[in-house]
Ligand binder design. Structure first.
Ligand code: ADP
Ligand code: MG
Length: 380
């Protein structure tokens, strides 16, 4: 969808901001550009909507060399969100959001109706906020208006330059998760600039780690964290990259341990070769657990003594969620089910299995093979 071919940008003063850059962003993909200040991220982004022209090389959007496309028409296909938002101070929130459709010739009432929809979409009630002026909003609310406005013409491409950089960490986290939800529905092709590795990892389908004017590594967050391509990348992602990696590594069925299992209507199991058993209902959905001690001494059926299980997650949840769930319930293991709420029981994750999953997934990403192909004994 967006393709850089040997793109170099030298400013008149001799600064090489971008140096022979080649990469591609697929349709519907969100690529984060991350790196320290001054490494060429903004320059890269502004070349895509022709606010800056490359010195060498070319950029294709949808297969078309953009140097041959009228910049105004090009920009209509690209929403642009920046940190300073750039809302018109004398226009209301609704008018700001409706600006682009209005310019494109959409009738005024339709443009306003669409703007109201978009404000709703980004979490701002149009009845409450539509008639306010930008200086009557918080920083986070202004950023939401910026996103709504960028989406107003329904462009296939979004260019976002540190859009959440100016708000406090709590608001930023909320804006990020709202944006992720939106993106999972919209599937825009997104270039997202940030200097924050946590944000890059959280949002990106892939992340491009910038050194000086060059991409040092472009890969999935899990691979960049698990197998940094260069010492520079390792240093940039931080010494706690193993910890960061927990949040981008999903629980897979192959990670799970299979403990003894009993059903609600079973008689109490007198001898378990474990300190506890998982209790399932008739549909093999997770019900809870029963301890071996209780089962050995109690009267009646499993149903009479089973405890409900609070510590569970669906498969595909992150290892970080798994770890957090263990800590939250002070549990030595969590149950993993096949979907949200009362799903089929798949197995349990223990701290040891969690550690194994992390090691195997790191090795799998480094070797570009599925995690199931990695024998934990062979991981150094
Ligand atoms: P980033 O967005 O990663 O912080 P930029 O793309 O803004 O980096 O800048 C990359 C490099 O180009 C920096 O060294 C910056 O000082 C330089 N630069 C940016 N704009 C100009 C300009 N108009 N003239 C000269 N140098 C510039
Ligand atoms: Mg910048």
């Amino acid at each position: 969808m967006i393709r850089f071919e040997h793109v170099t940008k030298r400013y008149p003063d001799g600064t090489t901001a971008v140096d022979d850059l080649s990469f591609e962003v697929a349709e519907g993909e969100l690529v984060t550009l991350v790196g320290p200040s001054g490494c060429g991220k903004t320059t890269t982004m502004k070349m895509v909507n022709r606010l800056i022209e490359p010195t060498e090389g070319r950029i294709l959007v949808d297969g078309q060399d953009i140097s041959a496309v009228d910049p105004v028409r090009l920009r209509r296909r690209m929403g642009y969100v920046i940190q300073q938002v750039g809302l018109f101070p004398h226009k209301t929130v609704l008018e700001n959001t409706a600006t682009v459709p209005h310019l494109l010739g959409t009738r005024r009432d339709r443009a306003r109706a669409r703007a109201a929809e978009l404000l709703d979409l980004v979490g701002l009630d149009p009845a409450t906020y539509g008639d306010r002026y930008p200086d009557q909003l918080s920083g986070g609310q202004r950023q939401r208006v910026g996103v709504a406005r960028a989406l107003a013409a329904d462009p296939p491409v979004l260019l976002m330059d540190e859009p959440f950089g100016a708000v406090d960490p709590v608001v930023r986290e909320r804006l990020q998760s709202e944006f992720l939800k939106l993106q999972s529905k919209m599937r825009k092709t997104v270039l997202f600039v940030t200097h924050d590795i946590e944000e890059a990892v959280r949002l990106g389908d892939r992340i491009a780690v910038y050194g000086h004017g060059r991409i040092e590594q472009l890969d999935t967050p899990a691979t960049v964290l698990g197998a940094p391509a260069t010492p520079y990348v390792a240093d940039f992602v931080g010494a706690d990259r193993g910890l960061k990696r927990l949040s981008v590594t999903p629980i897979e069925p192959g990670d799970l341990e299979q403990p003894p299992v009993v059903h609600l209507d079973d008689p109490l199991p007198r001898a378990l070769d474990s300190r506890w058993a998982v209790v399932l209902d008739r549909e093999d959905n997770l019900h809870g657990w029963i301890s071996a001690d209780v089962a050995a001494r109690g009267e009646g059926s499993v149903r009479d003594h089973a405890r409900r299980m609070e510590a569970w997650l669906p498969v595909g949840a992150s290892l970080k969620q798994a770890f957090a769930t263990m800590l939250q319930h002070d549990a030595g293991w969590i149950a993993v089910i096949d979907r949200e709420e009362r799903g089929r029981f798949l197995g349990v994750l223990t701290p040891a299995r969690l550690h194994e999953a992390l090691r195997r997934s790191t090795a799998a990403d480094a070797r570009a093979v599925p995690r199931t192909d990695v024998d934990v004994e062979t991981v150094s």
